[in-house]
Design a protein around this ligand. Structure first.
Ligand code: B12
Ligand code: SF4
Length: 466
């Protein structure tokens, strides 16, 4: 058989802190596998020899490498600039480039100008056809995979990218009905919550070499009773298969509402969960369309405790820069996160991502400060303020972010949380590593903010009361 060579590339963005492994060794624990490319490899017929190149582990000298027949490149919006650099480089070498993923789907016109062919949507239903067309010299400029039949999601190629990561990765569901204003998931993966067959998920877990696994689902348990019932069945099957994996996942706060679900999750290996609290204020949740967190009588502190009692750590995520946010919001978020009792806190700047309702709103209000595209996409990491706030200047919002992080990740507070975990016989090491990793990035973040202000500050004048 004549093998064809395929490179699948995950471009890096040097402004994303996780890739700064040299500056902070803790970041080693925060480089995650590019599952999209591993799934794409799983869809690729056997006559292709595949190399997945994750630039987060270091960008190779492409011209010095054997020339492939074809290059496939993925990109979140924040990776688009680098994706175009890589595309230009390979096109100069005469190698055709196909780009897919969320940015290609949301910014089709921009991407089409820079690559040979674009695949929008999910790849399962279309990728074999793309490769077939390529082999026959009839590659089209554009393909659309739409939403895949969930049973067609193949096993990802866990044998590729075998080294250099602390965590393996798997996906068990797609889609989300909640359609929060700032999030791309409903626009990209659809509102229908699609669940992979449980035996497939269990089998795929067995193919993962790492002991620790990131379940990338946006909401592992779903939002209604049928979803929860399926999640319980999945956890039962995982426990029964005795996978010996420890995994972390994302979920909505209703994870805490069902003791049986929590017990089964813990038994199946769940050790941590990311929960988007988003805003400490109900008006903030309304602004973001995060209806789920608005349910009456929700006691967040008690919910977090219930999860932790099952030895599952809780990482809380909040967004800063909402229209309701005023000076003092940074400290307030840190206080509320402490009050809720989360083990880790991740605060991000409200960022209009293309394809979201927030994008449409901010664009129509003329509030997108960094809008020289594609160059500015590199700042769409959610770690830079790219849009103008109502009540906070550029300096103001950055100070709020720094004060929030300094407060939550001060050494005494880290030690108090680690001690609390020890006391409750939970794993203090994970809290410690997570916190130290975050803390070591604070210094790097401050430098990044200073560079950002110097280079982009003048485009970002405060428009109080826009
Ligand atoms: C896991 C994850 C991460 C991991 C990344 C792991 C990795 N390297 O891939 C981590 C935690 C590092 C991360 C970081 C960030 N993430 Co993230 N992340 C996700 C998450 C939850 C799952 C991604 C995933 O693995 N999906 C499973 C795979 C199988 O699906 P897929 O990626 O969509 O790939 C399919 C298709 O898109 C297509 N496809 C993809 N690439 C290609 C390429 C070709 C050639 C073809 C043909 C097809 C194709 O085929 C695949 C199979 O159908 C998504 C949400 C989501 N549902 O996608 C958010 C998401 C992708 N992240 C998002 C964001 C904003 C970020 C950050 C910028 C900010 C942050 N802090 O979260 C950073 C930036 C990182 C960077 N390097 O620049 C946004 C992106 C929006 C956008 N317009 O870019 C998403 C959509 C979440 C959201 N709330 O909107 N993320
Ligand atoms: S933020 Fe979470 S709940 Fe809201 S739409 Fe995105 S994935 Fe769904």
């Amino acid at each position: 058989m004549h093998f064809m060579q395929l490179y699948l590339i995950n471009p890096s963005n040097p402004l994303v802190s996780i890739v700064r492994i040299k500056e902070s060794r803790w970041n080693r624990y925060r480089v995650w596998k590019p599952l999209s490319l591993m799934v794409l490899a799983g869809l690729t017929p056997p006559e292709w020899e595949i190399s997945i190149i994750d630039e987060n582990l270091g960008a190779p000298d492409y011209p010095a490498m054997p020339r492939p027949d074809l290059v496939g490149i993925t990109a979140f919006t924040s990776q688009a600039n680098r994706a175009y650099e890589v595309a230009t480089l390979f096109r100069r070498l005469g190698v055709p480039i196909i780009m897919g993923g969320i940015h290609a789907t949301m910014c089709l016109g921009e991407v089409m100008e820079r690559v040979d062919s674009v695949v929008t949507g999910e790849a399962e239903g279309i990728w074999p056809q793309v490769l077939e067309d390529f082999r026959h010299g009839s590659l089209k400029r554009r393909y659309d995979g739409g939403l895949a039949e969930i049973k067609d999601v193949p096993f990802a190629r866990h044998d590729l990218l075998a080294h250099g990561y602390a965590f393996g990765a798997i996906q068990t569901t797609r889609g989300c009905p909640m359609n929060c204003s700032f999030c791309s998931v409903t626009a990209f993966n659809g509102a229908r919550y699609r669940q992979r067959p449980i035996p497939d998920v269990v089998r795929e877990f067995q193919l993962i070499r790492e002991k620790h696994v990131l379940v990338v689902d946006d909401n592992l348990i779903g939002t209604c009773p049928e979803h929860i019932a399926r999640a319980k069945d999945l956890f039962r099957a995982m426990a029964q298969a005795n996978l010996r994996k420890e995994w972390i996942a994302q979920a909505t706060i209703n994870f805490a509402d069902d003791e049986e679900l929590l017990a089964l999750a813990a038994k199946a290996g769940c050790r941590g969960v990311f929960i988007g609290f988003e805003s400490p204020a109900p008006e903030g949740l309304r602004e973001l369309g995060k209806k789920f967190n608005l349910l009456k009588d929700r006691d967040f502190r008690a919910s977090v405790r219930r999860i932790q009692r099952h030895n599952i750590l809780v990482a809380g995520s909040f967004i800063i820069g909402l229209d309701i946010d005023e000076p003092g919001i940074g400290k307030h978020i840190a206080e509320v996160a402490r009050e809720y009792g989360v083990d880790n806190l991740n605060v991000l700047f409200l960022t209009p991502l293309p394809g979201t309702r927030l994008w449409d709103q901010m664009k129509s209000e003329g509030r997108i400060a960094l809008d020289a595209f594609p160059e500015d996409w590199k700042y769409y990491t959610l770690t830079f303020p790219v849009a103008r706030c109502k009540h906070l200047s550029l300096d103001g919002i950055i100070e709020e972010m720094i004060s929030c992080d300094r407060d939550f990740y001060s050494m005494p507070r880290i030690l108090r949380r680690v001690w609390g975990n020890l006391w409750r016989r939970r794993k203090p090491l994970i809290t410690l590593v997570g916190s130290l990793s975050y803390r070591s990035n604070l210094r790097l973040n401050c430098k990044a903010y200073a560079d950002f202000k110097r280079q982009q500050g003048n485009r970002h004048d405060c428009v109080s009361g826009v």
